[in-house]
Design a protein around this ligand. Structure first.
Ligand SMILES: Nc1ncnc2c1ncn2[C@@H]1O[C@H](COP(=O)(O)OP(=O)(O)OP(=O)(O)O)[C@@H](O)[C@H]1O
Length: 360
């Protein structure tokens, strides 16, 4: 473990990880194709890590791997190490069912896209809180008092919401109620998979703001998974970019936004809608991301990459250190910075009092 941590590129590892993935892989077809391919990454204690990728790139697999929650018949391999403190390593894949059940919600909690499908439509929201608290043998009275506080923290009226059925709440209210539920047992880590995807822009913005507040108040480490790069750039301390079931770039958010090194990340930034930019400057990424059974040899991005050469077609690039705790899996990252111009200008800021990144 220690050796593996040292071998990892600096952009993927941190000094004090609260969660470490090592060679995490997921297959659904007896190992013939990977929907998560040998991913290694640290989550730093107290950070907000944004994970970005196109639809189908394996983001949900990565989120679910963090809690050993890959749906059947998926098979997860590798190591997922949770470190509640700097001296204790818990291998999540070694836990039995009961240990895993208690770890979820209490230590590592997850919020999925579409709160609608996370709530049971026949149960009032209050019953969901009570059931979760009881299932973890926590004191119900103290737990419900924390529930009221958490609901107020996400700007909901606790009594009204606890007494409502999920369908009586708007999508934004349900999503906030789900976030409150996810922190009611005071976890260390909150993993959010597209938590704002179904919401309008204003609601997305308000959820980003409250996540920043919750992180401070509850001392949370957060993983925010999305296809929406500007959204997560407004929130995350560090970002990791996924392409074809693997990571292709990682580093501090400002570094990624201003000095993206992988041709895919640069293309992703240039394809981001920007209300201020002329339409001619928007460049959708040509081609399609590969299906799990059809991942190209060498660098999986090579069929879409303007810089690809023979080496890229045959050799899978390992991570290259590009400096500033930033790294990328590309042989031609220097050329990418020179040849692929960046047109991205941040248009989202979590905090209306601070300018969006790139505005200064
Ligand atoms: N139960 C399953 N059986 C087989 N393949 C699956 C299963 N669930 C997901 N996959 C495949 O795994 C790959 C990664 O899926 P994943 O849901 O992680 O992508 P994603 O990046 O989260 O996409 P989205 O943004 O659309 O949710 C996809 O190609 C998907 O088709």
């Amino acid at each position: 473990m220690a050796n593996q941590r040292e071998e990892l590129d600096g952009s993927l590892s941190v000094d004090d990880p609260i969660l470490s993935l090592r060679n995490a892989s997921v297959t659904f077809d007896e190992g013939n194709s990977f929907v998560l391919n040998d991913v290694s990454l640290d989550l730093g204690r107290g950070e907000i890590l944004g994970i970005v990728g196109e639809s189908g790139s394996g983001k949900s697999m990565l989120a679910e791997a963090m809690l050993d929650a890959i749906p059947d018949p998926g098979v997860l391999q590798g190591e997922i190490i949770y470190r509640p403190d700097s001296d204790t390593d818990i291998d999540i894949l070694e836990l039995n069912k009961n240990e895993l059940r208690s770890m979820r919600w209490e230590q590592i909690s997850m919020v999925f896209q579409g709160a609608m499908s996370s709530f049971n439509p026949t149960m009032k929201v209050g019953a969901h809180f009570r059931e979760t608290i009881q299932a973890h043998d926590a004191d119900v009275k103290a737990g419900m008092s924390r529930a009221r506080e958490a609901l107020a923290d996400v700007y909901l009226d606790p009594e009204r919401v606890l007494d409502s059925y999920p369908h009586e709440l708007s999508g934004g209210m349900q999503q906030r109620a789900l976030i409150a539920l996810s922190i009611v047992l005071e976890p260390d880590i909150l993993v959010m998979d597209e938590p704002t995807a179904a919401l309008d822009l204003l609601m997305q913005r308000s959820i980003l703001l409250l996540l920043e507040d919750l992180k401070e108040k509850y001392d949370l480490t957060m993983v925010f998974i999305t296809h929406d790069l500007p959204l997560v750039a407004a929130l995350a301390d560090r970002m990791a970019i996924m392409y074809a079931f693997d990571l292709v770039e990682a580093g501090p958010t400002d570094e990624i936004i201003d000095h993206a090194a992988h041709p895919y990340t640069r293309a992703l930034l240039n394809s981001t809608p920007n209300l201020d930019a002329p339409l001619e400057e928007m460049r959708p990424i040509a081609g399609q991301s590969p299906a799990p059974i059809n991942v190209p040899s060498g660098c999986s991005y090579h069929p879409r990459c303007p810089l690809a050469d023979e080496q890229c077609r045959s050799v899978d690039p390992h991570f290259h250190d590009t400096g500033e705790a930033h790294g990328t899996a590309c042989f031609h990252w220097q050329q990418a910075r020179d040849d692929i111009e960046l047109n991205y200008k941040a248009s989202v800021s979590a905090n209306p009092n601070t300018p969006a990144r790139g505005d200064d």
